[in-house]
Design a protein around this ligand. Structure first.
Ligand code: GTP
Ligand code: MG
Length: 251
């Protein structure tokens, strides 16, 4: 798979922002994105769960009113973050698609590092890595930390990649990949699917360091048991491969 080159001056970035129970952190993430992406921001697609409460909904609506580039989509197939991300991806128009959570756990400065890598023209995807020097975890559950470490060691070998955070949902990729790859993840395992499938397809990928800090508001839906869905997804992709159907206009 080889994508046509994309010059930095032509970047049009679509952001897919899943929302469940957040409020203030949505405003903060959007303000950070507007500052860092500036004129290269084409749109923010907020994918809100139909189960979101009135406070969350009100903040989303406030965001839409504040900037014509922000859209609100209520998730159609529910439940599941994976369904939401897939609906978000499908509606993007940008030649780059950025995934970021709305819970404030993802370090905003990482987006600058991602863009620096994309600017070189050498990559089709840049993922945030909590396992690189300069990255890390703050307030992560010790059990999840150990499991996550083990997962990274195992699957980096299986996928033969230098990307050392294969489970994180924070990344930017070419629009052709986001819209052309057939995604199947229903729950949080979409986070590893969206990194592993492009790598398996031969996309040029790299990582940049990123700090993860536990949310102070709203609730995580990523339970301990859900982490095993990541293993299932990783093995499934490795075994079955990747379906990629780029649209004609995207080559
Ligand atoms: N649209 C939509 N968004 C969701 C759903 N579940 C979670 N989200 C959002 O997706 C993001 C990640 O969800 P979390 O539950 O925090 O999962 P996580 O960050 O992988 O897990 P932790 O490491 O425990 O925080 C957050 O911004 C949530 O608001 C869902 O079913 N639908
Ligand atoms: Mg979270």
């Amino acid at each position: 798979m080889q994508l046509a080159p994309l010059a930095p001056a032509d970047f049009r970035i679509s952001v897919v922002l899943p929302v469940f129970s957040e409020t203030d952190s949505i405003r903060e993430v959007i303000a950070g994105l507007k500052e860092i992406l500036a004129a290269r921001m084409l749109e923010i697609v907020i994918v809100m769960s139909p189960k979101s409460g009135p406070d969350t909904r009100a903040v989303c609506e406030e965001m839409v009113k504040s900037d014509p580039r922000i859209r609100l989509q209520v998730q159609q197939v529910n439940p599941g973050l994976g369904n939401g991300v897939r609906e978000g991806y499908a509606s993007t128009k940008g030649n780059l698609v950025l995934n970021i959570d709305s819970d404030g756990e993802m370090e905003m400065e990482t987006v600058r590092r991602m863009l620096e890598k994309m600017d070189t023209g050498a990559y089709d995807m840049v993922v945030a890595s909590r396992w690189m020097k300069g990255g890390g975890f703050s307030g992560y559950s010790p059990l999840k930390y150990v499991l996550n470490f083990g997962f990274q060691q195992m699957f980096r070998i299986l996928y033969w990649t230098r990307v050392n955070d294969l489970t994180y949902g924070f990344k930017i990729m070419r629009g052709e990949l986001a819209r052309g790859i057939v995604w199947v993840g229903v729950m949080h395992e979409i986070a590893c699917e969206t990194t592993m499938k492009p790598i398996k397809l031969g996309a040029r990928a790299c990582a940049v360091p990123s700090k993860w800090t536990a949310r102070v508001q709203g609730q995580s839906k990523n339970t301990f048991w859900r982490t095993f869905r990541y293993v299932g997804m990783a093995l499934k992709i490795w075994w079955h491969g990747v379906e990629f159907t780029p649209s004609k206009s995207e080559g």
